[in-house]
Design a protein around this ligand. Sequence first.
Ligand SMILES: [Zn+2]
Length: 203
Amino acid sequence: MISQKAGSLRKSVSLSFMASAFTHVFVAAALGKAVSPEKMPLRFWSLGLFCALLPDLDVIAFYVGIPYRHMLGHRGFFHSLPFALIVALVAVSLAFRKVPRFSGRWWVLAGYFFAVTASHGVLDAMTSGGYGIAFFSPFDNTRYFLPWRPLVVSPIGVYGFFSRWGWNVITSEFVWIWLPILTLLVVVLLIRRKLRRQPPAVP
Ligand SMILES: [Zn+2]
């Protein structure tokens, strides 16, 4: 009886996960590089990667009996845009206290942490499996997918990853996420380098 329950639980969890953790982290790193021309402290990078993965802590819901479609279920409130906003404000307030509030740098940092956290739900909404994302929770708990869903949904953990399924996940994410973002990042870095090299305008 226990094993049957555990089996169905594992099945519901493994069929519902996400874009892979590698891709969530990759997007956070690429975005961080794009928005920070100067060298950033370790806490910027570690917090960015943490924010990218944070929404999936809601898989705990499966283990404590919260239904998938519940507001606090997997891909519910913790994958929403309001949650990303809260995370961004907390992150920048706690980790960058010396940055004057509402200064240009403050907005860049807050925008970065918001975008990284929100990117998690957007990537999940491009996957082929599970339920949609409650982007507007707690105001509206409707689950949404993007109209275009080229990503193969990823299994939880490394166990399911070393399989044909895992390979399909990696190839779909490489083609549709990694390659376009890497290309964009190279363009941003080249433009930035070109602007830096330009001599200052003569008054
Ligand atoms: Zn997720």
